[in-house]
Design a protein around this ligand. Structure first.
Ligand code: URA
Length: 440
């Protein structure tokens, strides 16, 4: 078999055989296939697509390119969740403790920020002392003891995805449904949970920009997981506005703790409750109404917040900052952005808002960058809110005031102010299960 022929076959729009897919991926991981040939194949896939059967094989080969975690020593149905990425998307820090507080074990591996989107592991490390790298024994023991652990993905999980993602990132081949589906599902299958809820974001801050594409991605991932014996569902959630008000690592932890204490913004609280309800449904905790009531009860009676503190404490984190946000290390400088006209915020380009927070130091511009945990943005006004000229619509936080200029320009480019109040988009557009698509 020759890589040249596989590339040519996909270039000409043919369906690749299982053996060809395995040859390409395994050869790339082993180093016998060079970056330039794999880049050509990725671009051919980007342009010609893959059938569902090809994507399923690609996922399986990628999943088996590293360790397959066996969570069976932990009793109970283990439930995972995965978001396709967003700005201000801090739901894991709320949802995982809610689900664990309802008695469903969560043994979760999460990622770091990617481009303009944030990552749970960076946010957790904003809590001083928190360890996000545990041995498998420590990870399992913690889940057995308190029902919850969130750690960084080990380098040995879905090794092919690690290599392929880095290549896609620099060859303009990220935004491709079969490649995204296989990337996400290879990691989820390898991470070993029995049930997986996918949060497929849609809008200007997400990979998927329209509902049809988001549903197609969700459908494909749900069908791959189902074929591997996992209980699967996906929610399509809005990313045409950031979730909540805070963007940036420590700022997002503070807002998540506010939700867990019943004091969080309504949009973030509702999306978290929906995600938690769907995870509890997958874990077999009852019908929708029962699961929703369970999720609300642990939020309202403080047990979800206590579970979150227990997790951070078990992983070495200083929980005093979770209980009293004024103890979080603060950025040295802040800067208010004012509205330049009267009217309503009629559109956000959420990716630009994410980029503005990266420019302040909240994300990485190169792989080697260190993150400034205190940097970020607090939005005072969001989509649909009335604004008056001169009124502060956002506050930027950074350790270097020179960073404000570029971040302000990018943030202002992201906003449209108009005379008419826009219609509010739904927070959740649809739910995708093996049984079909429910649009809301
Ligand atoms: N997240 C992933 O893990 N992979 C992708 O390809 C896109 C988003």
């Amino acid at each position: 078999m020759r890589m040249y022929d596989i590339i040519a076959s996909k270039r000409d729009g043919n369906v690749l055989s299982d053996e060809e897919i395995a040859f390409a991926v395994n050869g790339y991981v082993a180093g016998t296939i060079p970056d330039y040939q794999m880049s050509a194949l990725l671009m051919a896939i980007y342009l010609k697509g893959m059938t569902d059967a090809e994507t399923a094989i690609l996922t399986e080969v990628m999943a088996h390119s590293g360790d397959m975690v066996d969570l069976s020593p932990i009793p109970g149905i283990k439930v995972d969740k995965h978001s396709t990425g967003g700005v201000g998307d801090k739901t894991t820090l709320v949802v995982a403790p809610i689900v664990a507080a309802c008695g469903v074990p969560v043994a979760k591996m999460s990622g770091r920020g990617l481009g303009h989107t944030g990552g749970t592991i960076d946010k957790m490390e904003a809590v001083p002392g928190t360890r996000t790298s545990l041995t498998q024994e420590e990870f399992f023991a913690q889940v057995r003891r308190i029902g919850l652990s969130v750690i960084g993905q080990s380098g040995e999980i879905a090794v092919a995805d690690k290599k392929l993602y880095a290549l896609r990132d620099v060859t303009a081949t990220v935004g491709c449904i079969p490649l995204i589906a296989s990337s996400i599902m290879s990691k989820k299958l390898a991470a070993g949970s029995d049930a997986i809820l996918l949060d497929v974001t849609m809008g200007t801050g997400a990979f998927m920009q329209n509902l049809d594409d988001a549903i197609e991605l969700a459908r494909l991932m749900v069908s791959i997981g189902t074929a591997h014996g996992r209980k699967m569902a996906a929610l399509i959630t809005d990313m045409d506005r950031p979730l909540g008000h805070n963007i940036g690592n420590a700022l997002e932890v503070q807002e998540s703790m506010a939700v867990l204490q019943g004091k969080g913004p309504a949009d973030l609280t509702e999306v978290c409750l929906q995600l938690a309800t769907n995870m509890l449904l997958l874990a077999g905790k009852g019908d929708f109404k029962t699961c929703r009531a369970l999720a609300e009860s642990v939020l309202n009676n403080g047990t979800a917040f206590a579970k979150c503190c227990q997790m951070f404490e078990a992983q070495g984190g200083d929980t005093s900052v979770l209980k009293d946000p004024s103890r979080f290390p603060k950025a040295r400088y802040s800067y208010d952005i004012s509205a330049r006209a009267d009217g309503y915020i009629t559109a956000h380009n959420v990716e630009d808002i994410g980029v503005a927070s990266v420019l302040l130091g909240a994300g990485r511009q190169t792989k080697e960058d260190t993150i400034d945990f205190a940097a970020g943005i607090v939005l005072h006004k969001k989509l649909g809110d009335a604004v008056h000229s001169g009124q502060a619509i956002a506050t930027l936080y950074a350790d270097d005031p020179a960073l404000f200029r570029g971040a302000e320009a990018t943030f202002c480019r992201s906003l449209t102010i108009g005379a008419q109040k826009p219609a509010e988009p739904p927070l959740i557009y649809a739910r995708v299960t093996p049984q079909g698509v429910e649009r809301f």
